[in-house]
Design a protein around this ligand. Sequence first.
Ligand SMILES: Cc1cc2nc3c(=O)[nH]c(=O)nc-3n(C[C@H](O)[C@H](O)[C@H](O)COP(=O)(O)O)c2cc1C
Length: 182
Amino acid sequence: MDALTLLLNRRSLPKLMEPAPQGEVLDNIFRAGLRAPDHAGLTPWRFIVSKGEGLNKLADILVEAAKADGADEATLEKASKAPFRAPMVITVVAKVTENDKVPVIEQHLSAGCATQAMQMAAVAQGFSGFWRTGKWAYHPVVRESLGVQGDDMIVGFLYLGTSGCREAKVHERDLSQFVEYL
Ligand SMILES: Cc1cc2nc3c(=O)[nH]c(=O)nc-3n(C[C@H](O)[C@H](O)[C@H](O)COP(=O)(O)O)c2cc1C
């Protein structure tokens, strides 16, 4: 798939099944993340992979967070199932370094770019992905369990796997609604 075809046609597919990317394919996904734009070379990225037993561990963390909120049974059930919507979840963390020239927002943006680059690299190699956050990404229990401190930020849970549904159609958008010239 050429780059422009990928950029113009990628869709997020929510139904993701085995197999998850692995080996060289997975390494390429991480390498794509590490090519995100990065002001001053601060490398503000952590990629925490959950698969197999790791998905159970991530589910336990979400349930613990839900319990801390006094969640009802239905919410606890939802939290316990959330990571299993794909065979692999990569939690992308913006790891912030204090720097006079690079504000925190730029480091968060860089981690966001890394997330999209990884999703694109997955699609380019025949896999699919879905970028989620939800309230768990910002929850103090989740942050602490994953060692996310201070200005660091969980910018996304990137669900990865093999598409279990038909390729979704791309919505055509009217460029004139978004583009203006100064
Ligand atoms: C930072 C960020 C967080 C997101 N979190 C969620 C989420 O928690 N749940 C969800 O359904 N979609 C979420 N999305 C949107 C999906 O990833 C996806 O982009 C959307 O469903 C549109 O599909 P498309 O990418 O195929 O256009 C998020 C997107 C971004 C950029």
